[in-house]
Design a protein around this ligand. Structure first.
Ligand code: MRU
Length: 365
């Protein structure tokens, strides 16, 4: 995607063996590429949300396992000692964020690659190859989601007699959350290339404001008209007929089509359903968790620090954190919620557009 007219991916391995990524905590105030040099750097970056979004944290985790094997070899570990080191570091990465299934999926796949070889150097080669494959697969998945989703926007554009399409989105399910294109934003980027007139309502997404900071920044750099609204305004804007469709991403979607995504998604889905506005969820197959049957009780919902609710981070002569609530009051910070499949019009996946039900989900697996 474009930043100041230059094309970037969000994560890659550079010539010196370091993992490079965009520091998402600085956006929209600064665009800085940083280096992650160790498996601990990867774990810290995921934990602190230096990089965030389901697909990219999966890819980062796979690179983290690669770095852990490299570290173990440098310490002259082999056999059981190397295995224990790699498992310990993989578990550390896995514990950083519990909700997005991509993290677990990528670590499991990395350990299968690791165990597929006997010699340390071969193991290193295998985990690196695996990390690069997951990255390429995610990039391709986003591209395909974009192409399938484009069809929905094109059809609606025709039905609206080529009048501007108004799309509402929540959180950031764009390029930054993926390797390129995004999930929810990918159809929007492809529709823009087709010359479709669009406007995007961006829910700010408290407490970390991924919408106001990241999605708005991405759309700005790709010349897509957009407006930031408070999370509380989404329902009203939908009621007023100012939204043609909603597209969001997902951190984990169950075999029944229930969707776990950034906190606030459920309320937006309710408003869309009540007003008969289509509500789409865009996700790669890597975000499906076919083992989960009861989303509300089985998906681990991340709870982050109170401070993210009580303070806000913004820009005033530098990036500053300021208190915005009663200092001695408690706060609770749930990261994700569950949107039941009955509120979801369809899932836009990299294997096609499907209804959110067991039969159709099983068909694409
Ligand atoms: O807490 P975050 O910012 O990692 O949450 C991200 C989301 O909820 C996204 O909507 C989701 O990961 C889909 S991203 C393609």
């Amino acid at each position: 995607m474009l930043v100041n007219g230059k094309s970037y991916k969000t994560i890659w391995l550079d010539g010196s063996g370091k993992i490079k990524t965009v520091d998402q905590n600085l956006i929209p105030f600064k665009f800085r590429i940083i280096s992650l040099k160790s498996s601990d750097d990867i774990a810290n970056a995921i934990k602190k949300m230096t990089l965030r979004g389901a697909p990219i944290i999966g890819v980062a985790a796979a690179f983290g396992v690669y770095l852990s094997v490299k570290e173990g070899i440098k310490k002259a570990y082999s056999g059981r000692k190397l295995d224990n080191y790699v498992i310990k570091k993989s578990e550390k990465i896995l514990k950083t964020r519990p909700t997005a299934i991509n993290l677990k999926y990528a670590i499991n796949r990395s350990l299968v690659a690791y165990n597929s070889e006997q010699e340390p150097d071969k193991k290193l080669e295998a985990v690196l190859k695996n990390a690069i494959s997951i990255s390429k697969e995610e990039e391709l998945a986003s591209y395909k989601i974009g192409q399938y989703g484009l069809k929905i926007i094109e059809d609606l554009y025709k039905r609206k007699k080529y009048k501007q399409i108004n799309i509402l989105t929540h959180c950031n399910a764009g390029w930054l959350a993926c390797i390129d294109y995004g999930t929810a934003l990918a159809p929007i980027y492809f529709a823009k290339e087709k010359g479709i007139k669009m406007h995007v309502w961006v829910e700010e997404t408290r407490p970390r404001n991924q919408g106001a900071k990241l999605t708005a920044w991405e759309l700005f750099h790709n010349n897509i008209p957009h407006t930031i609204i408070t999370d509380n305004a989404g329902g009203f804007i939908i009621q007023k007929g100012l939204v043609d469709l909603v597209i969001v991403g997902s951190d984990r979607t169950t075999i029944k089509g229930d969707v776990c995504n950034k906190i606030g998604t459920y309320k937006t889905a309710l408003a869309a359903y009540d007003n008969k506005i289509p509500f789409y969820v865009a996700l790669p197959v890597s975000s499906l968790d076919i083992k989960i049957k009861d989303a509300l009780n089985e998906i681990p919902i991340e709870e982050r620090e109170e401070d993210e609710v009580k303070y806000i981070t913004g820009y005033y002569n530098g990036i500053k954190k300021i208190l915005i609530s009663s200092p001695k009051s408690k706060a609770k910070n749930f990261g994700f919620d569950i949107t039941p499949s009955r509120l979801v019009t369809a899932l836009i996946t990299d294997r096609g557009i499907i209804k959110p039900d067991i039969k159709q989900i099983k068909k694409i697996l």
